[in-house]
Design a protein around this ligand. Structure first.
Ligand SMILES: *Cc1c(COP(=O)(O)O)cnc(C)c1O
Length: 216
């Protein structure tokens, strides 16, 4: 199957109210353009330098999502154009995003990255840390960021029941946050990748990030 056919097949699998982010990391421009020509304009990258380069070289109506770990000193490179940052894991990072958003005279939407996997290597906040962040006084002073929801990655395991359990806990936490923090417009639950997006959607995902299944 061609990339466009792969993409269309996945697109058909996904309910219309779940947003698909086509993850373009390591992909060449002509591969990305195949998906673009299939009518898709929402792409995700996990590295700042890659994303900045691709943003420069590809059509300007593409929405770019930063899905990988973000260092404070790199926020300035993506602040002019990024559509959504999925990987916020500290107040310090949010403060820098706000500062750069002000410089660019815009509001930057963000998700809090949650740690739900059993592996030690993944980034993210635990439930307590996320609530502490949402309740912090400092957050109320940041006018040029918007926290739109949360993102999480399940363990990389063939054990589907484990993955299901992790997504279910994130969904439950998302609902708790929506009830407790109505002042934020929490509407996005970003969970699900190539290997587990069907499980994630069943568990309540509103946004999936799919790379290898599209570009294989
Ligand atoms: C690479 C990546 C994805 C997509 O992974 P695939 O398995 O290729 O679908 C999703 N989310 C994050 C944070 C990633 O780094």
């Amino acid at each position: 199957m061609s990339i466009a056919e792969n993409f269309n097949k996945i697109k058909r699998d996904i309910p219309p109210d779940v947003k698909l982010i086509a993850v373009t990391k390591t992909r060449r421009l002509n591969e990305i353009m195949e998906v673009y020509h299939a009518g898709h304009k929402t792409f995700g990258e996990n590295r700042v330098q890659e994303m900045t380069k691709k943003h420069e070289q590809l059509p300007k109506d593409i929405e770019w999502h930063l899905i990988g770990h973000l260092q404070t000193n790199k926020v300035k490179y993506i602040a002019p154009f990024v559509s959504l940052i999925h990987s916020v894991d500290s107040l310090k990072l949010l403060q820098e995003i706000d500062k750069q958003a002000i410089k660019n005279n815009r509001i930057i939407p963000c998700l809090l990255e949650m740690f739900i996997a059993s592996e030690e290597t993944k980034f993210g906040l635990d439930f307590e840390e996320a609530e502490a962040l949402l309740e912090s006084k400092e957050l109320t002073t940041l006018k040029n960021i918007e926290i739109k929801g949360i993102m999480g990655m399940a363990s990389n395991t063939p054990d589907e029941s484990q993955v299901k359990k992790e997504f279910a806990s994130l969904f439950q936490f998302f609902n708790t946050l929506k009830q407790k923090y109505g002042n934020h417009k929490l509407e996005t639950l970003s969970m699900g990748m190539s290997s587990d997006y069907k499980i994630a959607i069943e568990a309540g995902s509103t946004m999936v990030r799919i790379g290898s299944a599209v570009f294989r």
